[in-house]
Write a protein that binds this ligand. Sequence first.
Ligand SMILES: NC(=O)c1ccc[n+]([C@@H]2O[C@H](COP(=O)([O-])OP(=O)(O)OC[C@H]3O[C@@H](n4cnc5c(N)ncnc54)[C@H](O)[C@@H]3O)[C@@H](O)[C@H]2O)c1
Length: 316
Amino acid sequence: MWVGYDADIVGDAEDVGDSRVRELEGKVAVVTGAASGIGFGMATRFAEAGLNVVMADVEKSALDRAVASLKNREHNVVGITTDVSHWESVAELASESRSRYGSVHILCNNAGVTSSGLASKIWEHPQSDWDWVFGVNFWGVLHGLRAFVPLMLEMDEECHIVNTASVAGLVAYGSIYGATKTGVVDVSETLIMQLRAIDSNIGVSVLCPGAVNTQLLNSSRNRPPEYPSNPSSEDAPADLQRVRDATSDLLRNGRDPLEVGDIVVEAIKQNRFYVLTDDVWNHLIESRPRDILSGNPPAHDKEIAKILGLNSDAND
Ligand SMILES: NC(=O)c1ccc[n+]([C@@H]2O[C@H](COP(=O)([O-])OP(=O)(O)OC[C@H]3O[C@@H](n4cnc5c(N)ncnc54)[C@H](O)[C@@H]3O)[C@@H](O)[C@H]2O)c1
């Protein structure tokens, strides 16, 4: 359940200065992974707020439908087919956005995928799982920063970058997916400190959603053939399937992506850095620094099993 930024459990962020995009109308936003889920939720809310939105996604047919649905509502949006895991494709996205609008004020590095889920063992994943998920979730964000930050610095206007990580980047569990999201949190933390050190006008948020009702668990629809999945992972043992089903239920009952779009709009206006979407995971986020300082190994797997409604260990 979302409790709002002003509630005790979440806390108020300090005002981190002037680098905030206060007025959205007429500005330009680029959103990756905009054809579905959270990306579409952000693109919709940006368009409704009067922004020009560049919607980027690798799934062309879904992107065409998503762009058409917003254009039908008279919104100013354009679709650019982009594979964020390839530098050339993201560089092309930046160059096309610039030649169309002259500037980019908001960048959402949001495209993301997951492979076989929480319960599969780190040492059993084929290399292709690591390469594909890191390529989209981690390198996709890096490519976005390398392509757009120089452009924003040159513009010298108020800008904001939203990197989509996950609560999996804040808690001590999550297999390949969690590793990519921990990387996105870390890169975002370094980014905001480096941008403040040079007095830039660029704000940064790292979006760490809990469960959101999207197509994330159907990520394999966009898995390129050069990253084949392990055939045995298609034929999951019963315990693995049980965790997958529970994760699927959790997401289905999760937040509406449009609500996440609302949360992101507020976070940009408030120049909020860490952006959570619910408080279900707070006790795990809080326990991590305690474990680190006391030297105890994490036990988040058992807590996550409880959140998933499983009686036994998620790592069974
Ligand atoms: N749904 C959740 O519960 C949840 C929770 C935490 C974080 N997230 C993160 O939110 C982000 C959005 O995912 P979602 O849940 O909306 O899933 P989704 O599958 O509905 O949307 C993801 C979009 O990314 C696109 N995409 C995939 N690979 C791409 C690539 N190589 N280049 C460009 N686009 C690509 C897909 O086509 C899709 O439109 C991801 O980074 C995900 O990890 C989701």
